[in-house]
Design a protein around this ligand. Structure first.
Ligand SMILES: Cc1cc2nc3c(=O)[nH]c(=O)nc-3n(C[C@H](O)[C@H](O)[C@H](O)COP(=O)(O)OP(=O)(O)OC[C@H]3O[C@@H](n4cnc5c(N)ncnc54)[C@H](O)[C@@H]3O)c2cc1C
Length: 494
C-alpha cells in the first residue's frame, strides 16, 4: 500500500482542486493505495510580525478554524477527513514519511517568498526520501501556463498586463470535485488536532458597533455568499456602481475572505459570473468583477516577479523614503483616533470585524503614508494581523502601490480624506455607524467635526478633544510636507 498526501494550504476546498484530483487518480489506479489530506498548523504563521503584531489575529484564526472544519466535512463525504498536524512544516512531513509509506505529495504552489522557501524545503526533503512531488500552478484566474510572457517580463503597469491577458491567456473553468477516494484508516479527531488553533484563539467579543456582515469560514458559507450576491439578490448587475460603498454587506461582493484561504476559487466565481451573464444580464458590472479578479492576478504575478522586494522598506521600485517613526501618531491611526472621521471609522471597522472596503483601504493607506509620513510596513503588518482576507501578494502589493514605491507610475498621489468622505458617504451613514459619538452631528459637520462652533459644543454632549479627538495633523500642510520629503527622496535616488 502507498499513501498519496494532499497538502492543503490556502486552497481549503474540494472543488476546483487539482492536487486533490491528482492524488485521487494516483490512489485509484491501484487496488490498495490511499489518499491522506493534511493541513499543517505551523507556529510560524502565528508568531509576531517584525513590528510586534500577531501575524494571524483573532478574526482570521476564527475564520481559519471554521474553514478547516468545513473542509473536513467535505472530505469525509468523499472518503476520509482532514488530518490537521501541528508543528514546523518540514518536521511534520519528516514524521509522516517516517511513519507511513508516503509515495507522493500534491499541493498548489504559492508565490510569496516565505511560502516558497517552505515549499522548497519540503521539495528537498521529499527528494531525499524518494517521495514524488506534484506541484500545481498558483491559483490565478488566468491559466498560469498560457500567459504569454516570462516572469521577468511581466508588465509593470496593470492596464498593459490586463490587456495582454484578456487577449492571449486562457481562463479555464473550475474543475469538478473527485467523486470519491480511499482514505487512510485511522482513529483521528480533527477537533483534537485543532487545539493548537483553539489555544491561540481569543474569541472574546470586543465592544463596539456590530459589523454589517458576518463572515463564516468554509466553502459551504463561501458558496452561499456567491449564490446570494449573484442569484438571490441580483447585486452583481449593479456591482460597478455600488462597489465603492463602505457600509452595506452588498456594496461589494465580499468574496475576499473565502478567496484568500481558498475556500472558493476565483475560477468558480468566474464560471458563476459567466452563467449569470448568459441567464440574467451581461453588462459593465458583470465585466467589472472579472476585471477586479485580474487585479488579483496582477499582484500575484508582481510578487512572483519581485520576490522579497515587495516586503522591503524601499519596495519594488527601490525608493528610499525617509519615513517617520512616530509611535503616538501610529497608535492614533491604528486605533481609529486621528480626528479624521473617514480614517477612524475604517480603522475601527477593521479592528472590530476584520474587514475594510477597498475605498477605505485606499484612504487609510494614503493617510498613513502621505499625511502622517509613517513607514508603510507598519500599516501593512497591522493589516496582515487584522484582515480576514489577508493575502501577502495583494496586501503588500497594494501597500507598495499606495505608498508610492510600487507600480503606480503617477508619483505622489494622495487622497483628500475629507473630500472622499463627502463623495462616498454623503449622508454620513457609514461614519455614524462606526463612530456613534458623531451620531448627533448634522450632515454638514459629520465629516469635519472640528468645525462645530465652541458655543454649540458647550450646549451639546459633544466636546471636541473629549468625545472625539482633535485632528492629529493639518490635512493639507501634512500632505505638502510629505510630498516634499517624497520628491527629495526620489531626487536623491536618481
Ligand atoms: C492597502 C490595501 C491592502 C489590501 N490588502 C488586501 C488583502 O490582504 N487581501 C485581499 O484580498 N485584498 C486586499 N486588498 C484589495 C481590496 O481592497 C480587497 O480585495 C477588497 O476590498 C475585498 O472586498 P470584496 O471582496 O468585496 O471586493 P470586490 O470589490 O467585490 O472585488 C472582488 C475581488 O477582486 C479582487 N480585488 C478587488 N480589489 C482588488 C485590489 N485592489 N487588488 C487586488 N485584488 C483586488 C479581490 O479578490 C476581491 O475579493 C487591499 C487593498 C489595499 C488598498
Amino acid at each position: 500500500m502507498a499513501i498519496h498526501v494532499v497538502w492543503f494550504r490556502n486552497d481549503l476546498r474540494v472543488l476546483d482542486h487539482e492536487p486533490l484530483r491528482n492524488a485521487c487518480q494516483l490512489a485509484n489506479a491501484t487496488t490498495n493505495d490511499c489518499v491522506l489530506p493534511i493541513f499543517i498548523v505551523d507556529p510560524f504563521w502565528f508568531a509576531k510580525t517584525s513590528f510586534g503584531f500577531s501575524r494571524t489575529g483573532i478574526h482570521r484564526k476564527r475564520f481559519l478554524k471554521e474553514s478547516l472544519q468545513d473542509l473536513d466535512q467535505q472530505l469525509s463525504g468523499l472518503g476520509g477527513g482532514l488530518r490537521a498536524c501541528e508543528g514546523g512544516t518540514v518536521d511534520v512531513f519528516l514524521d509522516l514519511i517516517q511513519q507511513l509509506p508516503v509515495a507522493s505529495v500534491s499541493f498548489h504552489q504559492e508565490v510569496a517568498s516565505e511560502e516558497r522557501k517552505m515549499e522548497q524545503r519540503v521539495r528537498e526533503l521529499c527528494s531525499e526520501q524518494s517521495v514524488t512531488i506534484h506541484a500545481s500552478s498558483p491559483q490565478t484566474f488566468c491559466d498560469w501556463d498560457t500567459v504569454p510572457f516570462s516572469i521577468e517580463e511581466v508588465p509593470e503597469v496593470f492596464t498593459k498586463f490586463r490587456k495582454v491577458l484578456e487577449k492571449r491567456a486562457a481562463f479555464p473553468p473550475a474543475l469538478p470535485a473527485p467523486s470519491h477516494f480511499r482514505s487512510v484508516k485511522e482513529n483521528f479527531s480533527l477537533e483534537r488536532s485543532l487545539n493548537a488553533l483553539e489555544s491561540l484563539d481569543s474569541t472574546k467579543k470586543q465592544d463596539g458597533p456590530n459589523p454589517t456582515m458576518r463572515y463564516q469560514g468554509g466553502s459551504t458559507a463561501g458558496l452561499e455568499r456567491l449564490n446570494h450576491y449573484l442569484w438571490e439578490s441580483d447585486c452583481l448587475m449593479n456591482y460597478k456602481k455600488t462597489r465603492n460603498g463602505m457600509l452595506l454587506a452588498n456594496d461589494s461582493s465580499k468574496f475576499s475572505p473565502w478567496i484568500a484561504n481558498g475556500s472558493i476559487s476565483v475560477r468558480q466565481i468566474g464560471d458563476e459570473v459567466t452563467r449569470y451573464e448568459s441567464q440574467r444580464v451581461k453588462n459593465d458590472s458583470t465585466y467589472w468583477l472579472k476585471f477586479e479578479l485580474l487585479w488579483r492576478d496582477f499582484f500575484i504575478f508582481m510578487t512572483a516577479k519581485h520576490g522579497k522586494k515587495i516586503f522591503h522598506k524601499k519596495g519594488i521600485k527601490g525608493t528610499a523614503i525617509n519615513w517617520l517613526d512616530d509611535p503616538r501618531l501610529f497608535e492614533a491611526w491604528k486605533e481609529g483616533e486621528t480626528g479624521f472621521p473617514l480614517i477612524d471609522a475604517n480603522m475601527r471597522e477593521l479592528k472590530l470585524s476584520g474587514y475594510m472596503s477597498n475605498r477605505g483601504r485606499q484612504n487609510v493607506a494614503s493617510f498613513l503614508t502621505k499625511n502622517l509620513g509613517i513607514d508603510w510596513r507598519m500599516g501593512a503588518e497591522w493589516f496582515e494581523s487584522q484582515l480576514l482576507d489577508y493575502d501577502p501578494c495583494l496586501n503588500y502589493g497594494n501597500w507598495n502601490y499606495a505608498a508610492g514605491i510600487g507600480n503606480d507610475a503617477r508619483g505622489f498621489r494622495w487622497f483628500n480624506t475629507i473630500k472622499q468622505s463627502k463623495d462616498y458617504d454623503p449622508n454620513g451613514d457609514y461614519l455614524r455607524h462606526w463612530l456613534p459619538e458623531l451620531a448627533d452631528l448634522p450632515n454638514s459637520l459629520v465629516h469635519t467635526p472640528w468645525n462645530l462652533p465652541k458655543d454649540d459644543q458647550n450646549t451639546s454632549d459633544f466636546l471636541l478633544g473629549d468625545s472625539y479627538p482633535m485632528p492629529v495633523v493639518d490635512l493639507f500642510e501634512s500632505a505638502e510636507l510629505n510630498q516634499l520629503r517624497y520628491e527629495q527622496s526620489i531626487g536623491a535616488g536618481d
